[in-house]
Design a protein around this ligand. Sequence first.
Ligand SMILES: [Zn+2]
Length: 194
Amino acid sequence: MVAGHFGFAAGVKTTEPSAPLWALMLATVWLDVVFAPLYAAGVERLDPVAGTRGGYGQVIIHADYTHSLVGAVVLAVLFGLAGALPWGPRVGVVLGAVVFSHWLLDLVVHRADMPILPGNAGGLPRVGFGLWRVPAASIAVELALVIAGSLLYWRAAQQVVRTASADDKRRARLVAALVAAAGIATLALDVLVD
Ligand SMILES: [Zn+2]
C-alpha cells in the first residue's frame, strides 16, 4: 500500500498547492519511514500470513507503535508541527492530516493487526478490514488512487500554470506523468516481488 498513499498525496497537492509535493509524499509514507528503523531494531515486525510466502498483502504487520491509532496521531502532530515551521500553520495542518491518512488507508487493507494504543497496551482488539485478503481488489484500489491522484494533479497543474510559460506547463505535465509512472512502478514491484 505504498503506491496508493502516493496517489493520495498527489491528489492533496491540488487542494493545497503551497505544500511541496515532496513533503506531501513524505507525509503520506511517514509511518512506514519511522517503521523502518524500528523494524531494523526488531521492535516492529512483519510476519508472512501462515501458509504463504509473504507476497503482496500476505503479511501480518506488527507495527505496534507507528501503526497504532494513538501512535499515528502523535507522529502526525509532530510532522505537522515540523512542516508548520517553514510553510506556515495551514500547510502544517494539511501535512499532519496527510500523515494520519496513512493510518486510515492502511486500516482498509491490513488484516486486523493495527492496535489502538502504542505497544498494544491494554490488549484492546486490533483493527483492520483486511482488503489484502482479496489481492485483486486491493490492487484495483491502489491503482485507482494512483490514477486519480495523477489526473487531479495534472488538471490542477494546467489551471495553476495557465498564465505561465510553455516551459512551466511542460514541467507540470512531466511531474504528473512521473507521479503516475512512479506510482504504477511501485505497485508493480510490490505485487511482483515476493
Ligand atoms: Zn503503513
